[in-house]
Design a protein around this ligand. Structure first.
Ligand code: HEC
Length: 123
Protein backbone atom coordinates (compact mmCIF):
# COMPACT_ATOMS: atom_id res chain seq x y z
CA UNK A 1 0.00 0.00 0.00
CA UNK A 2 2.76 2.37 0.95
CA UNK A 3 4.62 1.78 -2.33
CA UNK A 4 1.44 2.35 -4.28
CA UNK A 5 0.89 5.73 -2.70
CA UNK A 6 4.48 6.79 -3.11
CA UNK A 7 4.61 5.71 -6.75
CA UNK A 8 1.35 7.56 -7.35
CA UNK A 9 2.90 10.57 -5.70
CA UNK A 10 6.01 10.45 -7.84
CA UNK A 11 3.94 10.03 -10.99
CA UNK A 12 1.88 13.09 -10.07
CA UNK A 13 5.02 15.08 -9.29
CA UNK A 14 6.43 14.18 -12.70
CA UNK A 15 3.14 15.16 -14.35
CA UNK A 16 3.02 18.49 -12.54
CA UNK A 17 6.63 19.10 -13.54
CA UNK A 18 5.82 18.35 -17.17
CA UNK A 19 2.79 20.64 -17.16
CA UNK A 20 4.71 23.46 -15.54
CA UNK A 21 7.43 23.20 -18.15
CA UNK A 22 4.96 23.61 -20.99
CA UNK A 23 5.23 26.91 -22.71
CA UNK A 24 2.23 28.30 -24.42
CA UNK A 25 2.95 30.35 -27.44
CA UNK A 26 0.67 33.33 -27.67
CA UNK A 27 -0.87 33.80 -31.07
CA UNK A 28 0.10 37.29 -32.07
CA UNK A 29 -1.33 38.44 -35.40
CA UNK A 30 1.48 39.01 -37.82
CA UNK A 31 1.84 42.66 -38.73
CA UNK A 32 3.16 43.25 -42.20
CA UNK A 33 4.19 46.73 -43.21
CA UNK A 34 4.45 47.70 -46.83
CA UNK A 35 7.09 50.41 -47.23
CA UNK A 36 5.88 53.60 -48.93
CA UNK A 37 8.60 53.14 -51.53
CA UNK A 38 7.34 49.69 -52.56
CA UNK A 39 5.64 49.82 -55.94
CA UNK A 40 2.31 47.99 -56.04
CA UNK A 41 0.89 47.10 -59.43
CA UNK A 42 -2.63 45.90 -60.08
CA UNK A 43 -1.12 42.71 -61.47
CA UNK A 44 0.02 41.90 -57.91
CA UNK A 45 -3.49 42.44 -56.56
CA UNK A 46 -4.90 40.23 -59.29
CA UNK A 47 -2.30 37.59 -58.45
CA UNK A 48 -3.74 37.38 -54.91
CA UNK A 49 -7.21 36.53 -56.22
CA UNK A 50 -5.81 34.07 -58.72
CA UNK A 51 -3.43 32.27 -56.37
CA UNK A 52 -6.03 32.08 -53.60
CA UNK A 53 -8.47 30.40 -55.97
CA UNK A 54 -11.11 33.13 -55.68
CA UNK A 55 -11.78 32.86 -59.39
CA UNK A 56 -13.09 29.30 -58.97
CA UNK A 57 -16.32 30.84 -57.67
CA UNK A 58 -15.92 34.43 -58.84
CA UNK A 59 -15.26 33.74 -62.48
CA UNK A 60 -16.29 35.74 -65.49
CA UNK A 61 -20.00 35.11 -65.39
CA UNK A 62 -22.50 36.90 -63.17
CA UNK A 63 -22.03 38.63 -59.81
CA UNK A 64 -18.60 39.52 -58.56
CA UNK A 65 -15.91 38.61 -61.06
CA UNK A 66 -12.34 38.32 -59.86
CA UNK A 67 -11.13 37.09 -63.23
CA UNK A 68 -8.14 38.90 -64.67
CA UNK A 69 -9.93 41.06 -67.23
CA UNK A 70 -12.97 41.85 -65.05
CA UNK A 71 -11.82 42.10 -61.44
CA UNK A 72 -10.88 45.78 -61.34
CA UNK A 73 -14.19 47.00 -62.79
CA UNK A 74 -16.06 44.60 -60.55
CA UNK A 75 -14.31 45.81 -57.40
CA UNK A 76 -15.04 49.44 -58.24
CA UNK A 77 -18.60 49.06 -59.54
CA UNK A 78 -19.65 46.92 -56.58
CA UNK A 79 -18.07 49.33 -54.09
CA UNK A 80 -15.84 46.65 -52.63
CA UNK A 81 -12.98 49.09 -52.09
CA UNK A 82 -13.38 52.08 -49.81
CA UNK A 83 -10.67 54.68 -50.30
CA UNK A 84 -12.17 56.87 -47.53
CA UNK A 85 -11.85 54.10 -44.93
CA UNK A 86 -9.52 51.52 -46.51
CA UNK A 87 -9.69 49.10 -43.54
CA UNK A 88 -13.45 48.86 -44.02
CA UNK A 89 -13.22 47.80 -47.66
CA UNK A 90 -15.44 44.79 -48.25
CA UNK A 91 -12.73 43.10 -50.31
CA UNK A 92 -10.78 42.93 -47.01
CA UNK A 93 -13.49 42.56 -44.34
CA UNK A 94 -15.40 39.87 -46.21
CA UNK A 95 -12.36 37.61 -46.39
CA UNK A 96 -10.66 38.41 -43.07
CA UNK A 97 -12.53 35.86 -40.92
CA UNK A 98 -12.27 33.23 -43.66
CA UNK A 99 -14.62 33.00 -46.62
CA UNK A 100 -15.70 29.67 -48.10
CA UNK A 101 -12.45 28.15 -46.92
CA UNK A 102 -10.39 30.99 -48.41
CA UNK A 103 -8.44 33.76 -46.79
CA UNK A 104 -5.49 36.06 -47.48
CA UNK A 105 -2.02 35.66 -46.01
CA UNK A 106 -0.98 38.61 -43.78
CA UNK A 107 1.26 39.77 -46.65
CA UNK A 108 -1.62 39.67 -49.12
CA UNK A 109 -3.99 41.63 -46.82
CA UNK A 110 -1.27 44.23 -46.22
CA UNK A 111 -0.69 44.53 -49.94
CA UNK A 112 -4.37 45.02 -50.74
CA UNK A 113 -4.77 47.50 -47.88
CA UNK A 114 -1.75 49.53 -49.03
CA UNK A 115 -3.08 49.50 -52.59
CA UNK A 116 -6.48 50.84 -51.45
CA UNK A 117 -4.80 53.49 -49.25
CA UNK A 118 -2.96 54.68 -52.35
CA UNK A 119 -6.23 55.20 -54.16
CA UNK A 120 -7.01 51.73 -55.58
CA UNK A 121 -5.68 52.56 -59.01
CA UNK A 122 -5.31 50.26 -61.96
CA UNK A 123 -1.61 51.24 -62.37
C1 HEC B 1 -16.48 28.34 -52.86
C2 HEC B 1 -16.87 29.52 -53.58
C3 HEC B 1 -16.20 30.84 -53.24
C4 HEC B 1 -14.85 31.09 -53.20
C5 HEC B 1 -13.68 30.16 -53.43
C6 HEC B 1 -14.74 32.52 -52.92
N1 HEC B 1 -15.98 33.07 -52.80
FE1 HEC B 1 -16.40 35.02 -52.49
N2 HEC B 1 -18.38 34.63 -52.44
C7 HEC B 1 -18.95 33.40 -52.70
C8 HEC B 1 -20.40 33.53 -52.61
C9 HEC B 1 -21.39 32.38 -52.81
C10 HEC B 1 -20.68 34.88 -52.31
C11 HEC B 1 -22.06 35.53 -52.13
C12 HEC B 1 -22.64 35.17 -50.81
C13 HEC B 1 -21.89 35.81 -49.69
O1 HEC B 1 -21.81 37.04 -49.64
O2 HEC B 1 -21.36 35.06 -48.85
C14 HEC B 1 -19.39 35.54 -52.20
C15 HEC B 1 -19.24 36.87 -51.91
C16 HEC B 1 -18.04 37.55 -51.95
C17 HEC B 1 -17.88 38.97 -51.75
C18 HEC B 1 -18.99 39.97 -51.47
C19 HEC B 1 -19.49 40.48 -52.80
C20 HEC B 1 -20.50 41.60 -52.64
O3 HEC B 1 -20.93 42.09 -53.72
O4 HEC B 1 -20.83 41.98 -51.51
C21 HEC B 1 -16.56 39.26 -51.87
C22 HEC B 1 -15.89 40.60 -51.75
C23 HEC B 1 -15.88 37.99 -52.14
N3 HEC B 1 -16.80 37.00 -52.20
C24 HEC B 1 -14.54 37.89 -52.36
C25 HEC B 1 -13.87 36.68 -52.49
C26 HEC B 1 -12.43 36.57 -52.55
C27 HEC B 1 -11.45 37.74 -52.53
C28 HEC B 1 -12.14 35.25 -52.64
C29 HEC B 1 -10.78 34.58 -52.63
C30 HEC B 1 -9.95 34.87 -51.44
C31 HEC B 1 -13.41 34.52 -52.67
N4 HEC B 1 -14.42 35.43 -52.57
C32 HEC B 1 -13.53 33.17 -52.80
C33 HEC B 1 -18.28 32.24 -52.99
C34 HEC B 1 -16.91 32.09 -53.00
Amino acid sequence: MKTKISSLLSVSIILIGLLASCEYEKIVPKVVTIPDTQVITYAEIQAVFTTQGCTACHGSSGGLSLAEDKSYNSLISKNLVNTEAPENSIILTKIAPGHYGKTYTPEQSALILAWIKRGAKKD
